[in-house]
Design a protein around this ligand. Structure first.
Ligand code: 5AD
Length: 325
């Protein structure tokens, strides 16, 4: 409580494109998976989602997509960020919605453009802080070093930076997880988003399905413990109760909040494309409208005696206290 109060902040989540040039061995939208229909929402569609968030008092939005490094993508994202900022300014939100980007590894100049356009937070998970394990779950072209460099670059530009890991990866040890928390601490991040690893059957890591399914209860428990210990070690950062927790347990997100999380990300992605953004199997909330997701999550938050943080960006105290002024 003393680290983040009893407020829970909502960030509307828009999964605006599943086009991806990366090939992560665990992920359902990896480029080598031919099954999903590849889509990219238009600027207007994304701005509509943003207006919904602003009208509903969410205060912040997360724009997430597969990874693309081409110039047209950078320009599109920059343009979308500017449009959201200008279309969502109001008396309640004088600087418009807070925007968090989650669009992967990019070069410095691209990150700078996104920041200048008005995005002020960036999520880039390290996935695991063990370089050996990282190299076993990614193709050789995707390196641990590049990921670290991107995180450092984002920090130096001035973004509030979030990272996180998957919990229960094949071969991951308790000592790896402890090191993950020390990694978060050393990087001095503002936000954490982490959750259980869940098998997707159209990925190379599908071969671990049996053992991962057998460990389901243990992995859920480990994920909750990771939230709790991260809250104790990092103090006043923002920690998300991620959707993957709910995929493992119908009340997984409430449990996440009860173990120290203070952020929740209601789905606002248009219904028509949700099934094509399946990073893992059993993803919840793919048939509910944005309004239903909002109502459902509000109930979940109040059911455990917490309050909703409304019309505020909901920056972590860690980030606010770090500001130079
Ligand atoms: N299980 C759990 N999380 C996953 N992610 C991708 N694939 C999976 C999976 N199979 C997570 C990664 C990525 C985030 C957007 O989704 O950690 O960074």
């Amino acid at each position: 409580m003393e680290n983040c109060g009893d407020e829970v902040f909502f960030r509307g989540l828009v999964e605006f494109s599943n086009v991806c040039t990366s090939d992560c061995f665990y992920c359902g939208i990896r480029k080598s998976n031919a099954k999903p229909n590849r889509y990219t929402l238009t600027k207007d569609e994304i701005v509509e989602c943003a207006k919904f968030c602003a009208d509903e008092g969410f205060g912040s939005i997360v724009l997430q997509s597969g990874e693309r490094q081409d110039a047209a993508f950078a320009e599109f994202v920059e343009d979308v960020v500017r449009a959201i900022k200008s279309e969502t300014m109001s008396a309640a939100l004088p600087q418009g919605l807070g925007i968090t980007l989650c669009v992967g590894e990019q070069k410095r100049a691209t990150y700078e453009r996104f920041f200048a356009a008005g995005a002020h937070r960036y999520l880039l998970r390290i996935e695991t802080s063990s370089p050996g394990l990282f190299s076993r779950i990614h193709p050789p072209k995707q390196t641990f070093e590049t990921r670290i460099k991107c995180l450092e670059t984002l920090k130096s530009i001035g973004f509030q930076v979030g990272t996180g890991v998957m919990i229960g990866l094949p071969g991951q040890t308790i000592s790896d997880l402890a090191d993950d928390i020390l990694f978060f601490k050393n990087l001095d991040v503002d936000m954490i988003g982490m959750g259980p690893y869940i098998v997707h059957s159209d990925t190379p890591m599908q071969c671990h399905e049996k053992e991962t399914t057998a460990r389901k209860d243990e992995i859920l428990q480990l994920s909750l413990m990771m939230i709790a210990v991260t809250r104790i070690v990092l103090g006043n950062v923002n920690i998300a109760a991620t959707t993957a927790l709910q995929a493992m347990d119908p009340t997984g997100r409430e449990k996440g909040l009860l173990h120290g999380a203070n952020v929740i990300m209601p789905q606002v992605t248009p219904l028509g494309v949700r099934r094509d953004y399946l990073l893992y199997e059993g993803k919840p909330c793919i048939d509910e409208s944005a309004l239903q997701c909002k109502g459902c999550l509000e109930n979940r938050v109040t059911s455990i005696g917490r309050r909703l943080g409304k019309n505020a960006w909901g920056d972590s105290r860690h980030a606010i206290e770090k500001k130079p002024f």
